[in-house]
Ligand binder design. Structure first.
Ligand code: BDR
Ligand code: CA
Length: 320
C-alpha cells in the first residue's frame, strides 16, 4: 500500500526538489500540499507549488494556504538571506507559466486536522518550512498531536545553525511553534542540518537534468543551479548545495537512509540561543521518547535515489 503524504512547504528551491522527489516516488500518494511562509511569502509559495505540480502533470493535488506569519508576529517579510538563496520568486529566477489552477478552498489547518482524523497513521506529514501551521493544527484539535506522524526538515542538534550560530532557518522563523510541536506531538522525526548538510548537489548532477532537453529537466536545472551558486557564496567549504527538504521526503519513503537518536526535544525561545533545538532536560529520563533525530545518513544511497527519481520524473515532461 502506498503511504499517504502531505507536504507543508515554503516553496523555495529545495522545497521544489522535495515536491519533485515526492512526485517521483511510487511509494507515496500525495494527499495534498499546504503552503507556508518562510523562503517566500505564503502566496508566492502556494503559487510555486501549483506551478510545479502543473509542470509535472499533477493538477489533481490540492494546495491549501497556511498561516502567513509567525505566532508572535502580525506580518512577515522575506529575509535578505532567504531572497539571496532562493531568488525573489523563490525558485531561483526559473520561469514557470502562471498556474491555471488556484489554491484549494479551506485553510491548511483544517485540511491537516481532517486528514489526520481520516487517515491516522497511514498518513505522514512532512513540513519543510516554519512550524507555524503545524503548531496551529496541534492547538486546533487535541487528537492531532496524538495521532499525527511528522517528519520535519528543521533544526540542528550536533552542528551549528545556518542563519544564527544556534538556529536553523525553519526553526528560527518561529521558535515558539517548533517548541510547541516538540512538546506536544507524539511522533516527530527531525531531519536537520546534522544530516542535510552532508547531502550535497553539484552542477555535475544538474547538467544531467539540463541534457534531457525537457521542460521539467530545464526547470530543475535552472532552479538548482541558482541554489548551488548561492551556496558557493554562503558556504564555499561545502562544495555543493544542501538537499535539506528532499532528504525529509526520502526518509518518509525509506527511514533506513538515516540512523536516529531517540530523544525528547525542545527549542530555546529566549536569550542568545533562541531557535536552538536541543534535548529537553526535564524529560531526559522519561522512558517515552517522542522524537527521533536523524544523526547519520547514507549519503551515496540517498543521492542515487534522489537523482534516479527526479531524472525519471523530468524525462516524462514535454520537450523544452
Ligand atoms: C531550510 O531552510 C529553508 O531555507 C530551506 O528551504 C530548508 O527548508 C534549511 O535550513
Ligand atoms: Ca523549506
Amino acid at each position: 500500500m502506498r503511504r499517504k503524504i502531505i507536504l507543508d512547504l515554503d516553496t523555495g528551491i529545495d522545497d521544489a526538489l522535495a515536491l519533485a522527489y515526492a512526485l517521483g516516488s511510487p511509494e507515496l500518494e500525495i494527499i495534498g500540499v499546504t503552503g507556508t511562509y518562510g523562503n517566500v511569502a505564503v502566496d508566492t509559495g502556494v503559487r510555486n507549488a501549483l506551478a510545479i505540480l502543473e509542470l509535472f502533470g499533477r493538477t489533481d493535488v490540492p494546495v491549501h494556504a497556511g498561516l502567513p506569519c509567525a505566532r508572535e508576529c502580525d506580518s512577515f517579510e522575506v529575509l535578505e538571506i532567504s531572497e539571496f538563496i532562493h531568488g525573489a520568486n523563490g525558485i531561483g529566477g526559473a520561469q514557470l507559466p502562471e498556474p491555471t489552477t488556484a489554491a484549494a478552498e479551506g485553510d491548511a489547518v483544517e485540511f491537516l486536522v481532517e486528514s489526520v482524523r481520516k487517515y491516522g497513521d497511514e498518513l505522514v506529514i512532512v513540513p519543510t518550512g516554519p512550524s507555524t501551521t503545524i503548531a496551529a493544527a496541534i492547538e486546533a484539535d487535541s487528537s492531532f498531536a496524538e495521532n499525527a506522524r511528522i517528519i520535519m526538515m528543521g533544526g540542528a542538534l550536533t552542528v551549528p545553525g545556518n542563519v544564527r550560530p544556534w538556529a536553523e532557518a525553519n526553526v528560527h522563523q518561529d521558535p515558539e511553534a517548533t517548541d510547541l510541536l516538540f512538546r506536544r506531538a507524539r511522533d516527530v522525526t527531525m531531519v536537520g542540518l546534522d544530516v542535510t548538510l552532508q547531502t550535497l548537489l553539484t552542477t555535475r548532477e544538474t547538467a544531467v537534468w539540463r541534457s534531457l532537453g525537457t521542460r521539467g529537466g530545464t526547470f530543475l536545472a535552472d532552479a538548482a543551479d541558482h541554489y548551488i551558486r548561492a551556496y558557493e557564496t554562503t558556504s564555499p567549504h561545502l562544495g555543493g548545495c544542501g538537499l535539506h527538504d528532499p532528504l525529509a521526503v526520502a526518509v518518509a519513503v525509506d527511514p533506513g537512509l538515516v540512523e536516529f537518536l531517540h530523544l525528547n526535544l525542545k527549542v530555546d525561545t529566549h536569550g542568545e540561543t533562541r531557535g536552538r533545538t536541543i534535548a529537553d532536560e526535564t524529560r531526559l529520563n522519561d522512558p517515552v521518547k517522542t522524537a527521533r533525530v536523524a544523526a547519520l545518513v547514507d549519503v551515496e544511497r540517498f543521492l542515487a535515489e534522489f537523482m534516479g527519481r527526479l531524472t525519471a520524473l523530468a524525462e516524462k515532461t514535454p520537450a523544452a
